[in-house]
Design a protein around this ligand. Structure first.
Ligand SMILES: [Zn+2]
Length: 303
């Protein structure tokens, strides 16, 4: 691993700032109806999270949905942007797999402009909804780079319901895209068990798994000098979040153990070091370079 040796390893803390109904791929997608008459409550979960990271002196990257920032610009002002990083979660929270390249370009450029106008700072990072880059839409990496972002955090380097590319690295790296663009990539952290890879550091996986197991995964990856990338949403911490109608297995994954997240996250924040993506980049870790042209990932197995 080419990251800076003999320094205590820092993990990466991220938060996707979106509303409680921005849940993807439901049979009766309620988004369009809710957009006109909903109760907004992303601030509740955000405030709980902000208190936690302040208490543990953690800097964080907030991937903010452009749609939400446009309707509720005050939510950005709750975040101390001199310490924490504002990055982009795109505008409309559509899965990238459902968009044409020109629609995707429009979505991510629109979000970047809204967030930069609101913060007066350059927005460098992007994370797409639902980790929805697959082997079929890797053109998205070129769109992200060409829209002016310098890094992406959408990649799920394994099998996932909405996306994922098996065989991609589980550590940060420089991606050389099909068009020859260079994009820093910060994948979701996965643990490897034989041929099986599993997330543990955010969202439903974090809520479901016990703290001792999550902590052991942090130690195992950190021992290899690999930073863990964690990700949370307002609804992961908001015990009164309204529940959307959905099939039982989705309901379980979306809402299991919300009441336990605060305590578990406190334990993990006490035990491990975290910082924002931008702070991690400032440490000038050397990233290995991986070219999409040279390596067709579909044939790379679980490495
Ligand atoms: Zn999202």
């Amino acid at each position: 691993m080419a990251f800076v040796a003999n320094k205590p390893i820092k993990n990466i803390m991220t938060f996707d700032l979106e509303e409680w109904f921005h849940i993807l791929d439901l049979p009766d997608n309620p988004n369009s109806e809710l957009r006109t008459k909903t109760v907004y409550r992303a601030e509740q979960g955000l405030e709980i999270f902000l208190e936690l990271i302040e208490r543990h002196h953690i800097t964080c990257t907030f991937f903010v949905l452009g749609w939400l920032a446009e309707r509720n610009p005050g939510i950005i002002r709750k975040i101390d942007t001199s310490r924490h990083e504002i990055a982009s979660h795109g505008y409309g929270h559509e899965m990238i797999t459902s968009l044409k390249p020109e629609e995707f370009r429009e979505d991510i450029s629109r979000a970047k402009k809204i967030l930069e106008d609101l913060t007066g700072r350059e927005v460098n990072g992007y994370r797409g909804p639902g980790f929805s880059i697959t082997e079929k839409n890797m053109w998205a990496f070129d769109c992200i780079s060409e829209a002016g972002y310098s890094y992406d955090a959408t990649l799920y380097p394994g099998k996932h319901g909405h996306g994922g590319i098996s065989g991609m690295p589980i550590h940060p790296f420089f991606l050389v895209t099909h068009n020859g663009n260079r994009l820093e990539e910060y994948p979701v952290s996965l643990m490897t068990f034989g041929a099986f890879r599993m997330a543990f550091s955010g969202g439903g996986y974090f809520r479901l798994l016990p703290a001792f197991f999550i902590s052991a995964c942090f130690r195992l990856l950190n021992a290899k000098r690999i930073p863990v990338c964690s990700y949370f949403h307002p609804r992961d911490l908001d015990i009164n979040v309204p529940r959307l109608p959905m099939p039982a297995y989705r309901r379980f994954k979306c809402y299991v153990n919300i009441a336990k997240t605060h305590g578990k996250l406190t334990q993990i924040m006490k035990a491990h070091n975290f910082c924002s993506v931008n702070d991690w980049r400032r440490e000038k870790n050397l990233l290995p370079e991986i070219s999409l042209v040279k390596r067709p990932f579909s044939s790379q197995g679980g490495k």
